[in-house]
Design a binder for this molecule. Structure first.
Ligand SMILES: C[S@@+](CC[C@H](N)C(=O)[O-])C[C@H]1O[C@@H](n2cnc3c(N)ncnc32)[C@H](O)[C@@H]1O
Length: 229
């Protein structure tokens, strides 16, 4: 069933904000570290070179959850700038704590709906890599429109990638994996980097928290890799 807000024409979001469940440590990190590491979203174009104060390649992770994969990558790839987009405050707090703990310099966060950030904040052909690991699967048919991967958003993502840039996605929900393939194969200038309609068998990426949960339930994992041409 659609909620009353959705029926009244409000945007259909790919997430639900759940209140509560933030720890003292996460709240403390938000109070103390937000201004240093979270980039304010205003609806205006961002100057990523100025934000990172260098010209290194830029990877954006959408929906980084509790941030374990993002922190892992930022620590290993010191010559890449990472920008994580997430709406879940406990995840932002946990990631800020880890940024401080490991003294990470090449990572910034945005706390806002990624669909709006991509529409308004990035220049075309400005990003080297976009990662979407285990987006909410919205398994019920009536919720399918809430899935992040839709033709319109995928087309915007493609526009923001530099030529030769990559889009890497993963999911443990086969119907969503098939949906991603059917949408992405038709996006202009995106080419399946493995082979047409194919998944990536041995993907290079850290294991995520959501993935670990899926694996303990016995779920298989599907990765997809697309290149901007
Ligand atoms: C299923 S969780 C996966 C988290 C993490 N990638 C992992 O694999 O552990 C999906 C995450 O995407 C975030 N998310 C969903 N839609 C979003 C959006 N439009 N903008 C930013 N974050 C979003 C949710 O808040 C949630 O934390």
């Amino acid at each position: 069933m659609l909620s009353d807000k959705e029926k009244k024409g409000r945007p259909v979001r790919s997430y639900v904000i759940r209140s509560g469940r933030i720890t003292n440590s996460q709240r403390h990190a938000i109070d103390k570290l937000w201004n240093d590491h979270v980039v304010p979203y205003s609806g205006e174009l961002l100057d990523l070179r100025e934000i990172f104060n260098n010209r290194l390649p830029i990877t954006v992770e959408i929906g980084f959850g509790m941030g374990s994969s993002l922190i892992d990558m930022a620590r290993k790839e010191s010559k890449t700038n990472f920008l994580g987009i997430e709406v879940h405050k406990p995840g932002i707090g946990k990631t800020l704590n880890d940024v401080e703990l490991y003294a990470i310099k090449n990572l910034k966060l945005i706390c806002h709906d990624a669909t709006e950030v991509f529409q308004n904040a990035f220049k075309n052909k400005s990003l080297d890599r976009i990662l979407i690991y285990f987006p909410d699967p919205w398994p019920k048919k009536r919720h399918a429109k809430r899935r992040l991967i839709q033709t319109e958003f995928a087309t915007i993502i493609s526009e923001k990638l530099k030529i030769g840039g990559h889009l890497h996605l993963s999911t443990d929900w086969k119907p969503y994996a098939d949906h991603m393939v059917s949408v992405l194969e038709k996006v202009p200038h995106l080419k399946n980097a493995i082979a047409q309609n194919s998944f990536w068998e041995n993907p290079k990426r850290p294991e995520t928290k959501f993935e670990r949960r899926g694996k303990t339930l016995g779920n298989k994992i599907w990765d997809l890799l697309y290149k901007k041409e």
